[in-house]
Design a binder for this molecule. Sequence first.
Ligand code: AMP
Length: 179
Amino acid sequence: MSTSFKSAMERLKANIRDVPDFPKKGIVFKDITPILSNGQLFRLAVTIFAERYQRKSVEKIVAIDARGFIFGGALAHYLGIGLTIVRKKGKLPYQSHQHDYELEYGQGTLELHIDGVEKNQRVVIIDDLLATGGTAEAAAKLVEKCGGEIVELAFLVELGFLHGREKLEKYPVFSAITY
Ligand code: AMP
């Protein structure tokens, strides 16, 4: 890892705010909004992804509800490619594929428009944070239902102690910052 890459990561990490007991007791929420509100840091975060994917023939960014939209939108714009959004159930207007996944308590459902990804299209899936991996795995299954090819799953932050990578072992995973 180059020194400048390492110091960039440290600058980003220093601007992720821990919010204890949000959204419920016992969870330490990693708040990335201080990065978003600083123009240099936001650009830095997006540039890390852009440099990684600009020569990998990626054809579509699939961004996960909701903070994934922020990085996914900026990344797709930078790369000059399309963006597709994975949303929680009931939010997408058109015919959609659905995938159920386990939440800490109960179940959630994610959706993707049936034409959101084309067959064999090369896709990067992006979200702000990888925790247990259930959300990202559901997004990957949706891309596969469309016939897309997953180049990588990308996260700004990974909570390594929750072992989300193990759930995603079928896929390449990249995270900029690990706790
Ligand atoms: P998971 O499915 O457990 O990997 O959870 C990942 C999703 O939940 C992502 O969309 C994150 O934005 C959000 N998330 C889970 N845990 C946290 C956390 N500790 N801090 C911030 N966001 C989180």
